[in-house]
Write a protein that binds this ligand. Structure first.
Ligand SMILES: Nc1nc2c(ncn2[C@@H]2O[C@H](COP(=O)(O)OP(=O)(O)OP(=O)(O)O)[C@@H](O)[C@H]2O)c(=O)[nH]1
Length: 194
């Protein structure tokens, strides 16, 4: 069982939000910004939270913010910057666009940590989710080398590491829905109000 003092929560809130057209972390569900849902789910499980974003508007949430070391290079770069800034062995990485996420689901990742694997990620409906995952800090080195080679595909980066998938039960799948488009935003609103 991992002690929370050895775990940092890292929220990715950079990127272009091209499909949505507006910064996804500030979208609201029941008058609460998406990024606050990520913060609230992490808070009971970690000793510190970092937001990785170049947007200073995130400072309003009272959470330490760090900037991308590699600019405009996507989630691999966001994860790298977060791991580099972290001072703990374990790091819960979360995107800022999954407002239905719960601490209970994140706890499953923590409970599955072992000496062998570098990344523990969720798997939902046959799809692995490296943006709801527990990363060892040492992964930063692998990601750095890939970014130096201009490799930005997260799936490729994750598969260079020792990775384990945790399969979710059917009733938990809705909690991992992420929002990229207006249509997905509506779907999540409907799920929330169900
Ligand atoms: N820090 C950081 N986070 C990123 C970066 N690119 C994407 N993210 C985050 O990674 C998560 C998944 O991002 P995507 O939905 O794949 O990409 P996006 O740029 O947000 O959106 P699209 O432009 O529509 O693809 C979100 O939480 C983003 O905020 C980046 O370059 N830096």
């Amino acid at each position: 069982m991992l002690d929370k003092k050895n775990i940092t929560g890292i929220i990715l809130a950079g990127g272009k939000s091209e499909r949505m057209g507006t910064d996804k972390g500030f979208l609201e569900l029941n008058k609460k910004p998406f990024v606050q849902y990520s913060i609230d789910a992490l808070q009971p499980l970690v000793s510190k939270i970092l937001i990785v974003s170049n947007n200073p508007e995130y400072d309003a949430f009272g959470i330490d913010r760090i900037e991308d070391v590699f600019k405009n290079a996507g989630p691999v770069a966001g994860i790298y910057s977060g791991l580099e800034a972290s001072s703990t062995k374990y790091n819960l990485i979360l995107s800022c666009d999954i407002p239905l996420i719960t601490s209970e689901i994140l706890q499953k990742l923590i409970d599955s940590a072992d000496d062998t694997h570098d990344i523990i990620q969720l798997e939902s409906d046959g799809k692995s989710m490296p943006l709801i995952a527990l990363y060892k800090k040492q992964v930063a080195k692998t990601f750095y080398n890939l970014l130096q080679q201009d490799e930005r595909r997260l799936r490729i980066a994750v598969n260079k590491c020792k990775v384990k998938n945790i399969v979710l039960d059917k009733h938990q799948i809705k909690h991992t829905m992420n929002v990229n488009t207006q249509t997905e935003y509506k779907t999540v609103e409907n799920e929330y109000n169900d």
